[in-house]
Ligand binder design. Structure first.
Ligand code: 5GP
Length: 125
């Protein structure tokens, strides 16, 4: 069920619980600002989620409220993680769903990294 990204941050969302260590995840990278882990239901051979540690509902929320160092670190982390999981050598795809039309289901900003195979058209029709 897509979320309403204009709602206040919900501390009980699944990624907040992963960040607090209440739910396990298969982490591939962590630093002061961000965590990256395997998606529980991968849609390509490589399917990693990168999330900021700060409480941001969506990309819009992050762009509006995050500090410049957080934004810089998050951007570089995504590229670093893509390289570390081997998604970069032949290309990969980044995706961040926002709100209802974007199909966002978890109300904590996350960027999907897809790779490991040709990914087909950008959107299914
Ligand atoms: P969205 O549709 O919000 O862009 O993507 C949410 C993603 O989170 C989905 O790809 C879904 O498989 C993934 N996901 C949902 N719950 C969990 C979980 O508990 N652990 C992990 N690792 N991924 C999850």
């Amino acid at each position: 069920m897509p979320i309403d990204p204009t709602q206040p941050y919900d501390e009980s969302n699944i990624f907040a619980r992963i960040l607090r260590g209440e739910i396990p995840s298969r982490a591939v990278y962590e630093d002061e600002w961000a965590l990256a882990f395997h998606d529980i239901a991968p849609q390509s051979p490589v399917h990693i989620l990168v999330i900021p540690k700060g409480a941001y509902v969506s990309w819009d929320d992050f762009a509006a409220k995050a500090s410049d160092p957080e934004i810089a670190d998050f951007t570089r982390t995504i590229a670093k993680v893509a390289a570390s999981v081997g998604a970069d050598s032949q290309g990969y795809r980044l995706l961040s769903n926002v709100g209802k039309r974007g199909g966002q289901e978890v109300p904590h900003l996350h960027v999907h990294i897809f790779g490991g195979a040709p990914l087909g058209p950008m959107l299914s029709r």
